[in-house]
Design a protein around this ligand. Structure first.
Ligand code: GMT
Length: 374
């Protein structure tokens, strides 16, 4: 098949999934054309069968606001025509599904290009519900030829929030468990924990929904009981506030803000426990990558997280904001080696058995075939 993929190319789970999916599809012989405003950040080396088409933006002075959605639709038409694409698979509904719909209408007299929209999270639970987007999101979902959601939770939310009766296929996120695999001897650990401290880690885009300050509050309680450090990976609007909290709690020599990082496997492998105390989380790809490296996860009981993290098996689940309970769970795991090893093995085997790319990517391929026949 000839597949066009559109995603946000920057740091973020939806871009990761779109890119990794494209790479996997290219490996099995499909021709994949990425269409976006920048090269997706995990597309950092040559892969046969993969092409990248940059959306050019006009900066004509009359346009006070960039017309990205329109430029994207135009590029989709161009690529679909000249590369003879069979389908456009867009990740994150806003504005990608709408641009794809427009492209489909423009192409209609020449070909019936299929549109598949994958819903990832805040496109449905947060941004999509804003009055300026709600009608557009509902329309774009209803008019997509196929729709997938990354968790059962997200599917249900979409159907109820937008009063939609469309069929939505749940295809969970995936991880390359051969790449994200446990390696407890990795050299990075010695640098991050020179005094053999236990290492807790959180990675995110530091937005309010991630509640990174809860990570710091949990760690504050843990470090009082256990010799430990906290590794924070990523960047975003809440980072300064989190740095302030770390100074206020006198934790600056125990908390490392690493900023955006690409060598995540080594960093995860240096650590013992992953914290994801989100307010809302449709899936939690960052937690899956950690589990694949054998890290138990402490998460909140929101969104798709309970579909990924099994309480008292691969980690623990607590209520939003219950930092005392999360700290209790962390201390319990980090002070009980036998229990820790069991949870770590469970986290790894759940990733390998349920979320490996070799299991999930064929679901997408099957879904493409099904939609092509409609
Ligand atoms: O929805 C967002 O705010 C961003 C989006 C992204 O691009 O990273 O994250 C969502 O998609 C990820 C990949 O499917 C999921 O793992 C995240 O849970 C989800 N984020 C939220 O639901 C907050």
């Amino acid at each position: 098949m000839k597949i066009g993929i559109t995603c946000y190319p920057t740091y973020g789970g939806s871009g990761v999934i779109a890119t990794e999916l494209g790479k996997e599809l290219a490996l099995i012989g499909h021709e994949v054309h990425f269409i976006s405003y920048a090269l997706p950040f995990r597309l950092n080396q040559f892969v046969e069968n993969i092409y990248y088409h940059e959306v050019e933006m006009s900066n004509y002075p009359l346009f006070e606001f960039p017309l990205y959605s329109l430029a994207l639709a135009s590029k989709m038409v161009e690529v679909a025509t000249y590369e003879n694409l069979d389908l456009l698979h867009v990740h994150y509904a806003i504005p990608h599904a709408t641009s794809a719909y427009l492209a489909k209408q423009i192409l209609k007299s020449k070909k019936d290009i299929k549109i598949i929209t994958t819903l990832h999270g805040t496109d449905i639970t947060l941004v999509g519900l804003e009055p300026s987007f709600i009608h557009l999101v509902k329309f774009s979902i209803e008019l997509s030829d196929g729709v997938t959601a990354v968790s059962r939770y997200l599917k249900e939310k979409t159907l109820t929030n937008y009063n939609i009766s469309k069929e939505i296929e749940v295809i969970p996120n995936f991880v390359d468990t051969q790449l994200f695999k446990p390696n407890k001897d990795c050299a990075t650990r010695k640098r991050l924990a020179p005094n053999d401290e236990k290492l807790l880690i959180h990675t995110s885009n530091f937005r309010a929904v991630k509640r990174v300050s809860d990570v710091i509050k949990v760690f504050d309680l843990v470090q009082k009981e256990i010799k430990s450090k906290l590794i924070l990976v990523g960047d975003g609007p809440d980072r300064s506030e989190c740095e302030r909290l770390v100074r206020e709690l006198n934790l600056y020599d125990k908390v490392l803000f690493l900023g955006k990082q690409e060598a995540l496997v080594d960093i995860l492998n240096s650590c013992d426990l992953f914290l994801i105390p989100s307010q809302s989380e449709s899936f939690g790809l960052a937690a899956l990558e950690a589990m694949s490296c054998g890290l138990p996860v402490i998460a909140t009981s929101v969104g798709g997280l309970p579909e990924l993290v099994y309480h008292n098996e691969t980690g623990f689940i607590a209520e939003i904001g219950d930092v005392n309970r999360m700290a209790k769970y962390a201390i319990d795991l980090l002070s009980n080696e036998k229990k820790y090893q069991l949870f770590s093995a469970n986290a790894r085997s759940r990733s390998v058995n349920k979320f490996d790319n070799s299991i999930i990517v064929p679901h997408y391929e099957e879904f493409y075939k099904k939609i092509m026949q409609t």
